[in-house]
Design a protein around this ligand. Structure first.
Ligand SMILES: *[C@@H]1O[C@H](CO)[C@@H](O)[C@H](O)[C@H]1NC(C)=O
Ligand SMILES: *[C@@H]1O[C@H](CO)[C@@H](O)[C@H](O)[C@H]1NC(C)=O
Length: 425
């Protein structure tokens, strides 16, 4: 990775030398014991390309931006992107390059991981899949590949091909990619679950150190820990949970970092995935409010699910497994402003109740007139996560997603807490 960055820097005109991404990289020397660079990244939601075009992003505050998604197909010789994504990708890369930000693409995702297992299952398929991805990278002049396989040896969305050999085959595939003349020059990352890759026994592997040799970083997706599928209203993206009651410990940043490092993944290659969004819950007023305050972990009414951003009560979507479901209830941080839960400063609006949970270090808002409660992240929770990244010398952060923030309130908060803005002018 160092090599590619040096190459990249060497090819950049002098005029860009003062840009924040360079400074962000320099500051990482203070952060971690080796000379690797800090990662300030986000995934770019290509399906929002018309409302949030690439040129509208705050490029100077990022070191890497990852285009989402290219989907796996049943043929290792092809990944799939819809026509809009295909048209948008060159514009995305051009913007990234003109701002000296690494342009990456992520493969898979929740809806696009169906065929990872078969694409890496045999030596022949791995070789074809490596060629498919290096051709993609060459065609679009990308700087890196992100693998968002959700998840090896798990059904994921429900219909993924899966095999007990998935994690072992994934490693073989990454090793082959690193040996490829094109692949060896790329930044390679993986978006991962809160527990280490699932081994052949169906349990998290106890030693994932070999993956660190092929990956520049992993991004821990510590979000969707609680949501509409849970028994209580809980934090979408808890920083800690060991301070909560035993039945409320569903995973957190602390436990995820502990699990990955216990499985021998180096902490200085761990990037924290952070959520610029939240989940909505239908909570009757007498359950939500106790002694004039929002109650911790209230129960909620599963149906109807309150519609989220851009949804109505009648919203129906059919996923890649052919399963149709109703509204997700997801709001981006910016969507919470638009929907009137938050002010344009990102603080609770006047008719809205607010609770900041000390253990998870995350906020909740509640609208008593609609009985809708949201668990989400705000500037305070992003600052807590940034402090954790700095304190533990993690490699940085990756935000899902780049269009979710409102006026960079979250981005600026986490960057300041890490110390990235110390160097900006
Ligand atoms: C390898 O890829 C082919 C498609 O080209 C697929 O039919 C086959 O099942 C894959 N092999 C395995 C073992 O999954
Ligand atoms: C939250 O935690 C801090 C630090 O441990 C403590 O000082 C504060 O009193 C706590 N607040 C609440 C409401 O528990």
């Amino acid at each position: 990775m160092k090599k590619i960055l040096h190459l990249l820097l060497a090819s950049v005109p002098f005029a860009f030398a003062h840009h924040t991404p360079l400074k962000a990289r320099q500051i990482s020397k203070a952060l971690s014991s080796d000379d690797s660079e800090v990662v300030a990244a986000a995934w770019y939601p290509s399906w929002l390309g018309t409302t949030v075009p690439p040129e509208s992003l705050s490029w100077d505050k990022y070191t890497s931006m990852t285009f989402a998604f290219a989907l796996t197909t049943s043929d290792p010789g092809a990944v799939s992107m819809d026509a809009d994504s295909t048209a948008l990708l060159p514009k995305f890369v051009e913007q990234a390059k003109s701002h000296n930000v690494n342009a990456m693409i992520t493969i898979g995702g929740w809806t696009g991981s169906q065929f990872f297992s078969t694409n890496v299952a045999t030596a022949a398929n791995r070789t074809i899949f490596v060629k498919t991805l290096t051709d993609l990278v060459t065609k679009y002049q990308l700087d890196g590949l992100d693998f968002d396989w959700e998840y090896p040896n798990q059904a994921g969305i429900g219909c993924n091909a899966m095999s007990p050999s998935d994690s072992a085959n994934f490693l073989l595939f990454l090793q082959e990619l690193k040996l490829d003349p094109v692949g060896s020059k790329l930044i390679i990352s993986a978006a991962v679950s809160i527990t280490p890759f699932t081994g052949s026994d169906g349990k998290p592997m106890s030693d994932v150190s070999a993956f660190a040799d092929s990956l520049d970083w992993i991004a821990l997706m510590v979000y969707d820990v609680w949501g509409s599928w849970s028994d209580f209203v809980g934090p979408n993206a808890p920083l800690a949970d060991s301070c909560a009651a035993a039945n409320l410990q569903q995973g957190s940043v602390e436990s995820a970092v502990a699990a990955w490092t216990a499985a021998k993944f180096p902490i200085n290659k761990i990037v924290l995935g952070v959520a610029a969004y939240g989940h909505s819950f239908n909570v009757p007023k007498d359950v939500a409010i106790v002694n004039s305050q929002l109650a911790p972990y209230p129960t909620f009414v599963k149906s109807p699910q309150p519609p989220g951003e851009g949804e109505t009560a009648n919203t129906k979507t059919t996923d890649s497994c052919g399963v149709t479901s109703g509204p997700t209830g997801v709001f981006s941080f910016s969507g919470l402003v638009t929907a009137g839960f938050l002010t344009s400063k990102g603080t609770p609006a006047s008719n809205i109740l607010y609770r900041f949970d000390n253990c998870s270090q995350t906020p909740y808002v509640y609208n008593p007139s609609t009985s809708v409660e949201i668990s989400y992240d705000d500037a305070t929770s992003f600052a807590s996560k940034g402090s954790f990244i700095k304190e533990k010398a993690l490699k940085g952060f990756a935000m899902w997603h780049a269009a979710g923030d409102y006026k960079d309130i979250l981005l600026d908060s986490i960057s300041a807490a890490i110390g990235i803005d110390d160097c900006s002018t």
